[in-house]
Design a protein around this ligand. Sequence first.
Ligand SMILES: [Mg+2]
Length: 194
Amino acid sequence: MLMEKRFKGCLFGLAIGDALGAPVEFLSWPQIKKKYGDSGIKDFDSWGGFAAGTYTDDTQMSLATAAGCIDAWIRGREKGIWHPPSVVYAKYLEWLKTQSDPKQTRGPGHTCLSALRSGKMGSVEEPINNSKGCGGVMRTAPAGLAFPPGQAFEQGVAFAAITHGHPSGYLPAGVLAEITSHVECVVLMSRVEE
Ligand SMILES: [Mg+2]
């Protein structure tokens, strides 16, 4: 039960923060202050033609990571095949297919799109490009839910390296996954329930 709460807390927090920040993602601080005041954005707002509270590609791809982790565990248990990055890659390809739907096109990163369209799965050993963008780290928090400390780093790195080939593109993803795997969300969740 506690585990379930932690998973939900992480994913809801991710989606809410993503939706909150979406309207200002590409604005400078002076532009944000001009539009939302000195405290910056404090509530959901519409962005890019979407209703207030709509999350972006960051959450879409994080959900793909989460779904991939679940399938990886099932595949491992039922078939004895253990290679989570391959399963997560398949989920990213499913996400790619949704990107032809304007309702689902929510600011996808160029690197993610081009890497997935290449038909090749990137890895640390065989980098797909030289990208150090944020598209790897933005989607890897669920790796910290699915894998324990000590394993989360390696998996997070592998998931990011599918599309981002520079160490600065995939190492932060490993760090985020590892930190997430260590975080105790009990206090946070008790606040959410109030
Ligand atoms: Mg984004």
